[in-house]
Design a protein around this ligand. Structure first.
Ligand SMILES: *[C@@H]1O[C@H](CO)[C@@H](O)[C@H](O)[C@H]1NC(C)=O
Ligand SMILES: *[C@@H]1O[C@H](CO)[C@@H](O)[C@H](O)[C@H]1NC(C)=O
Ligand SMILES: CC(=O)N[C@H]1CO[C@H](CO)[C@@H](O)[C@@H]1O
Length: 356
């Protein structure tokens, strides 16, 4: 090969690589500066120190909080402590979360809870708690019944399926059925980084019910939080490194068809829907790389974003809270109940704020 050709080829390769690196830094908001947006009345939730991955609030103000997630590639401050589900009564001013007891026969030592979702059976008001679990790097979905009088989670069922290979979050749609997002965090973490770097779109959404399991949406960079609209007609999916929220129409046969995609300025993680207004609340990472590669000298920040009128032509996207990590590190879920906001984190504390 002639020297000129070689130099040209090397130039082309370097240019392609440079372009990849640029896209990568954009996908994880590498260079984003964080200008604080404060909320005046916030406090930490006592006793939650090792993450508050996902939060789901029942209509009566009882909040479930999953804590202690490990092996995501992100740091864990208590790598040997099993995960827990906390219960918090938002009607009680003491704001005291308690770790829920789990019925005997369930392996608590390998409990590694991730996304959670509640389902209330309208027939008898039974509350089911669906928990994505990662015992020993695997993925299972655990279904519990919440026995409120005894304050205990009764384990009913463990679900495993080849299509549920690396589940992140779920939204329950029946006592035994749900939609789940898959990413590649757990099974093959290195592949997750490859996916991120090259901008591949391997992540998907799977519908599960006993006897009917299928992929219902695909082509995400990193599908993460998933939630359902209050009228139950739409499904919302957060794409972390795609930095988008996708809206899908849900059909009677549980298939999903794409409606629209809303672009954000931040990396959206877990989603929730305001039960009154239908607004979407997003726990987000202002700078994704800082959460993936933890440096105690330069900690990841937290951001809460609200999307109003997502079904209109002009959805309104507002940053409600933004902190550089001095108060709260690596927020990943945000949910509201009667003017109160709970913000969860991947591996740090949990914050309670009053909105008005
Ligand atoms: C589900 O219903 C939708 C809308 O009626 C239809 O377009 C789609 O083909 C159906 N999918 C399956 C798998 O039956
Ligand atoms: C983060 O924000 C706090 C309060 O706004 C400020 O005191 C601190 O210097 C900031 N830290 C960094 C690393 O920017
Ligand atoms: C339920 C859910 O979407 N969980 C996500 C919350 O945020 C963490 C941190 O990025 C993700 O790992 C979880 O997938």
């Amino acid at each position: 090969m002639g020297a000129l050709l070689k130099i040209t080829l090397i130039g082309v390769v370097l240019a392609l690589l440079g372009e990849r690196v640029m896209r990568f830094t954009r996908r994880v908001n590498y260079f984003r500066e964080v200008e604080p947006v404060d909320l005046p009345n916030c406090q930490y939730l006592k006793g939650i120190e090792f993450g508050s991955e996902d939060i789901d609030i029942l209509p009566n103000g009882l909040a479930f909080i999953s804590s202690g997630l490990k092996n995501t590639g992100a740091v864990s401050f208590a790598p040997d402590k099993p995960g827990e589900i906390f219960l918090l009564d938002l009607n009680d001013e003491k704001l005291h979360p308690s770790s829920l007891r789990i019925s005997r026969g369930f392996d608590i030592s390998s409990f590694n809870p991730h996304g959670i979702s509640t389902y209330i059976d309208e027939k008898d008001d039974t509350v089911y708690l669906f928990v994505v679990n990662h015992p020993n790097f695997k993925t299972t979905v655990e279904i519990f019944k919440f026995a409120e009088e005894e304050n205990v989670l009764l384990h009913l069922k463990t679900i495993k399926h080849e299509l549920l290979h690396s589940v992140n979050d779920i939204v329950a749609v029946g006592p035994e059925s749900f939609y789940a997002t898959n990413d590649f965090y757990f099974t093959i973490y290195t592949l997750k980084l490859v996916e991120l770097f090259f901008g591949l779109t391997w992540s998907n959404v799977v519908y599960y019910s006993p006897g009917d399991v299928r992929e219902v949406a695909s082509g995400f960079h990193s599908s993460n939080g998933i939630a359902m609209s209050n009228d139950k007609n739409y499904i919302y999916v957060a794409d972390l490194t795609g930095r988008t929220i996708s809206v899908f129409k849900k059909h009677a046969n549980w298939s999903l068809s794409p409606v629209k995609v809303v672009l954000l300025h931040t990396l959206p993680d877990n989603l929730s829907v305001d039960p009154v207004t239908g607004d979407i609340w997003i726990g987000a990472l202002p700078n994704g790389m800082k959460a993936l590669v933890y440096n105690p000298e330069d900690v990841p920040g937290s951001e809460v974003v609200r999307v109003q009128n997502i079904h209109s032509d002009n959805p309104i996207v507002t940053t409600v809270y933004l902190n550089n990590g001095s108060v709260l590190q690596a927020s990943c879920s945000a949910t509201v109940y009667e003017g109160k906001l709970l913000v969860g984190t991947i591996f740090h504390k949990a914050l309670y704020c009053e909105l008005d």
